[in-house]
Design a binder for this molecule. Structure first.
Ligand SMILES: [Zn+2]
Length: 156
């Protein structure tokens, strides 16, 4: 498949054999697209543990770096289904943080696809009020973005 680069394969096999994740928390914001590509790859191959791990990585980076990876929105919306937890996370990160951290979400307006903006408006509308960032769903219940194998129980 043309969109699956050699790099993505490498990262996938690295994860399979060592459970290592791409890059490390705190290292710039390089690698967002790699993470998104790896997520899509894991999605196609039915590797939920890897998808969960990527969700965790994005939230951890968000906490540490105060960055929302909006530049990957067009890629993610083109390559995932409506129900994708990665879509939900990218929406909720902005919905909950948009006026808290102010800056980088406005840097790349071309990142906001129509579908994404629609999801964002809905998510903003559904936020409880008054809003407290520590009540964000990705802090309170990260498992709502995970896929857990019922047989294996919680994989977190
Ligand atoms: Zn979980």
């Amino acid at each position: 498949m043309e969109d699956e680069t050699e790099q993505t394969f490498k990262l996938f096999y690295l994860w399979l054999y060592s459970q290592k994740m791409v890059g490390e928390v705190g290292r710039e914001h390089k690698g967002w697209l790699e993470l998104a590509e790896l997520f899509v790859f894991a999605d196609k191959r039915g590797a939920p543990k890897l998808k969960n791990r990527i969700i965790d990585e994005i939230v951890a980076r968000n906490i540490q770096l105060r960055i929302v990876p909006v530049t990957v929105v067009p890629y993610v919306y083109a390559n995932t289904l409506e129900s994708s937890p990665l879509r939900k996370l990218l929406v909720d990160l902005v919905a909950w943080d948009i006026d808290v951290q102010s800056s980088n979400v406005f840097d790349t307006p071309q990142s906001y696809t129509k579908d994404y903006l629609f999801d964002l408006v809905r998510a903003v509308d559904e936020r409880p009020s008054p809003r407290n960032p520590t009540n964000a769903p990705y802090h309170k219940n990260i498992c709502s973005y995970h896929e857990h194998d019922e047989e294996a129980g919680k994989t977190k």
